[in-house]
Structure formats: C-alpha cells, structure tokens
Ligand binder design. Structure first.
Ligand code: PMP
Length: 301
C-alpha cells in the first residue's frame, strides 16, 4: 500500500507520524472547528462553501485561522496530489492548538491545521442500492440557542451518543429529535421526507446543520419541479412519508427504507430519491472545481 500523507504542523508526514500534543485544546476540550469535503473525479465539490462555513464557525468561537482561503485551497490541493487521490473525502481540522490544562483558550497561541485526505464510505456500499434501516434515539439534539448547529465544532459528543444508540439498536444510523420532539437530523447527516410532490427537511432552528449536500439537494429538487420546504416535522410524518433519505458529505445521498420498524413506502429506495441521487451524482462531477495536477499551478481559481 502507498504511504498516506497527512498535512500537520506546516508539513506532510506519514500517517503513523501524524500526531498532536496531549495539550492541544482540540484534544482536551473539543476546542476547534472542522470540515468534511468530497472530491469526485478530481473535482472538489462546493469547496468555497465548505471553507466559508469553516471560517464562519471559527469566527463564531473566536478562533483565528492563520491561513487565507487561497492558502487553505493550495494545501488541500497539495494533500490530494501527494496522496494521488481522484475520489476522496477531505477532513480539514483547525484546533485551538497547544495550551495549558485550563479551559481558557488564551493559553493557546497557535491554532493547529490538519488536513487528511482518504477514500471513505461511511455506510457499506451495497446500502446505497438497497437503502438504510434506521431508528430514532433517546438522545436529543442540543438546543440551537444553546450551541448553534451552524458552528461545526470538534464538540461532537451529542452526535456520538446517537451513533452509540444506533449501534445498540443494530442499525447503521439514527435520527435525533430536538427538545420539543421535532425531527432534527441524523448523527452526521440531514434528513428529508417526501410526500407526494412535497419534499421537506427540518429548518436550522429545529437543530439541523444547514448541510452543503442538503442545499445542493434542495436546489436540484426545485429544478426538477418539486415543492421543497424547510419545515418542522414529527416522527409520525417520517413513518407515513412515501420516501425518506439522508444527505451529507460523508454519507452522500442514501435512501431510508425502515424507521423504528415502520417500512417506508415500498421498502425500497423510492423513485424521487433515486432521481435526486442520479442528479446529485451528475452535479458533483460537473459543478466541482478541478484539482490541478502536480505539474500545474497549485491553485484553484
Ligand atoms: N449534520 C451534521 C451534524 C453533520 O455533521 C453533517 C456533516 N457535515 C451534516 C449534517 C451534513 O452536512 P454536509 O452536507 O455539509 O456535509
């Protein structure tokens, strides 16, 4: 196997040498921000949207990213080229950096940037054809007025608890409700339900991250003539939907065929989900920003 190279502390190191200090506040307290970005056939999907979200998350937690957007793009491109990847998932992490044991980020002077690029499929590949069985879990989404879901921080305990409950229930993914019982999202993906020609997804204030894949699917669905609405809905609406699917950079677009034992529609990925999945697969290749090869100028305009 080829060596995997990780960008850390200003240079590329082999995966087994990519280590951070135990005093990094990203490790001690989840103090930092991150992004997950996909590359399809050397096209980086919605790169600037992801980076804008990264900078916005950082601004919100008063973390100053010591790189311009163009510098970050160059590092991402270099990471892809160094690892010779055509299709990849990129994880971009900016932690508060090394400080003392106290919570106060004032003790951390240098934010740490880490870039990892590798192949990733978070669900077994065959489930993209057959659909997922999921459950709803007891863990509630943290209130959006307490910790805004717009901040994509390293604090993912809420989501990890969902994943643990999903595992205990013997399924790959689960939905969490918000404190009022409305459906919020999956552990790391957004949820959509389809009833007739209407497509619904929970609005941000319910507790959903306004995902970049979610935005892309909303655009595609409107273009294809469906009524797309951001509207709160309950578990009952999920159980009685014609189709249900999840979206996310890591998850991509995946049909849900059973929720809490209730079969959704015909129990197979529905026609609108399949149509959207197809349109999404086209979009990611057409719309992405081409990664320059090693010989070309390493910037993406
Ligand atoms: N919700 C959560 C909690 C997530 O972590 C993710 C993954 N970033 C998503 C939704 C999907 O967002 P995106 O499509 O931007 O990856």
């Amino acid at each position: 196997m080829e060596e995997q190279w990780i960008y850390i502390d200003g240079s590329f190191v082999p995966k087994h040498e990519a280590k951070i200090s135990v005093y990094d506040h990203g490790f001690l307290y989840g103090d930092g921000v991150f992004e997950g970005i996909r590359v399809y056939s050397r096209n980086i999907f919605r790169l600037r949207e992801h980076l804008t979200r990264l900078y916005d998350s950082a601004k919100s937690i008063m973390l100053s990213i010591p790189y311009t957007m163009d510098e970050l793009i160059s590092i991402i491109v270099e990471t892809l080229n160094k690892n010779q990847l055509t299709d990849a998932y990129i994880r971009l992490i900016v932690s508060r950096g090394i400080g003392n044991l106290g919570l106060d980020p004032a003790s951390c002077s240098n934010p740490q940037l880490i870039v990892i690029a590798e192949s990733l499929s978070i669900f077994p590949r065959e489930l993209y054809n057959t659909g997922l069985e999921i459950v709803t879990v007891a863990t509630r989404r943290s209130r959006s007025d307490v910790l805004s879901p717009k901040v994509k921080s390293l604090n993912y305990l809420n989501n990890i608890l969902v994943k643990i409950e999903a595992g205990l229930a013997g399924v790959n993914e689960a939905l969490m409700l918000n404190d009022q019982g409305y459906v919020a999202e999956g552990s790391a993906d957004n949820v959509f339900i389809i009833k007739g020609k209407n497509i619904l997804t929970p609005p941000g204030y319910v507790g959903a991250l306004e995902g970049i894949t979610r935005n892309a699917i909303m655009e595609l669905a409107s273009r294809l003539g469906y009524q797309v609405k951001e509207e709160p809905f309950t578990r009952h609406d999920v159980y009685t939907a014609d189709e249900v699917f999840l979206t996310g950079t890591a998850a991509e677009v995946i049909a849900v065929i059973k929720v809490d034992g209730r079969v959704i529609g015909e129990g197979i990925p529905g026609p609108i989900t399949n149509q959207l999945l197809e349109a999404f697969r086209e979009m990611v290749v057409i719309e992405g920003e081409k990664v320059p090869s090693v010989n070309e100028n390493a910037t993406v305009s």
